[in-house]
Design a protein around this ligand. Structure first.
Ligand code: TRP
Length: 339
């Protein structure tokens, strides 16, 4: 028997770190748009992982600004504050609280095996303990809300696995308390590549500015970036990721935003040159990013209103989080504070 019988639609939770001044087209097509599409059928919780962002030393003003930007971009991308709880992780104090309890169920060796930590420290990043416990905080984020599905990119797979392991172990030790989540790994089919190097993923941390379409870019800038996208010399518009990564990337972007299947695009562009393809992709991207940017700017012009949205989201989240912590306290034997 489970004590965690949820009285709501199946719950979805995901988060993004406020680590850049803008999401890019890859984040939008690969993740955010997916979040938006889940809102109707699920009880959705989307948050800005500001505590996770502290694992890398960052200027305090940057974290503040980027937390608001990230939240504004969720909303501009179609996450509806009336339907989804949109909040900042640090506004729900139970996250680090649950993390502590879970950390005490995590073997040191298990945490040491996390590849993201190993990669980052191997690259010489001066790691702090927060970076080490990053996956345990992420497990707390997820388990707090009885999330059944967690839409994330493939790079988060191992974090989802440790989350599941921790939930199962907790339930074995203390009785059914936590919901074991499923990873909902977002499809690689709509993988958006760097415009200057179409064999690498479009990445906010490693792509050069010219390789990225930022959701905060002005239309003229977007057009310029797409027109100078790297293609190849054979002049044929055909989808072939291995042989023609640049052209394939442009077709994928077009198709993802226009909804036109790639095969139809190939037929449509038959006999035309790359200039035509790039021009049309630029138009399609501007049609999406233009309204997005307008809405984002509007939200960022009124930070008080945005903060109110975040406060409401945190209030909804905290209600669930408090109930989870009560169960967790009961399970492990921590006295509930008298209320
Ligand atoms: N680690 C995730 C990333 O970098 C962000 C994140 C933090 C997250 N907590 C989460 C994602 C909980 C999903 C669920 O992309």
């Amino acid at each position: 028997m489970t004590t965690a019988a949820p009285q709501h639609q199946p719950r979805i939770l995901s988060g993004m770190q406020p680590t850049s001044d803008s999401l890019h087209l890859g984040n939008y097509i690969g993740a955010l748009r997916n979040w938006v599409g889940l809102q109707d059928d699920f009880d959705t919780f989307y948050f800005v992982a500001d505590l996770h962002a502290l694992t890398v030393p960052t200027d305090p003003e940057l974290i503040t600004r980027r937390t608001r930007i990230t939240a504004a971009q969720f909303i501009a991308g179609g996450v509806d504050p009336a339907g989804s709880a949109i909040f900042a992780q640090s506004h729900v104090a139970q996250h680090p609280e649950l993390m502590w309890v879970l950390a005490c169920q995590t073997a040191f060796g298990e945490a040491s095996r996390m590849t993201q930590f190993k990669d980052k420290t191997a690259k010489g990043q001066n790691a702090n303990v927060g970076l080490f416990t990053y996956p345990i905080l992420m497990a707390a984020d997820i388990l707090m809300y009885d999330a059944e599905k967690v839409p994330v990119g493939d790079d988060q797979r191992q974090h989802l696995e440790i989350t599941r392991d921790l939930a199962v172990r907790f339930n074995q030790r203390f009785g059914e308390t936590l919901t074991v989540p499923d990873a909902h790994i977002l499809k690689e089919s709509a993988r958006i590549m760097d415009l200057t190097d179409p064999t690498s993923k479009m990445s906010g941390s490693t792509s050069p500015d010219k390789g990225l379409v930022l959701l905060s870019d002005e239309p003229a800038r977007i057009t310029k970036k797409l027109k100078s996208a790297v293609t190849d010399a054979d002049g044929e518009i055909r989808y072939d990721v291995e042989g023609k990564p640049g052209v394939s990337n442009l077709l994928v972007i077009h198709s993802a935003l226009s909804g036109t299947p790639v095969a139809e695009l190939e037929a449509h562009f038959a006999g035309q040159g790359y200039g035509a393809l790039k021009g049309e992709v630029a138009e399609v991207v501007v049609e999406t990013v233009g309204p997005f940017k307008a809405r984002m700017d509007e939200l960022l012009d009124d930070p008080a209103e945005l903060d109110t949205i975040l406060a409401k989201g945190a209030e909804r989240a905290a209600e669930v989080a408090a109930a989870t912590m009560d169960r967790v306290r009961d399970a492990v034997g921590l006295l509930r504070p008298a209320r």
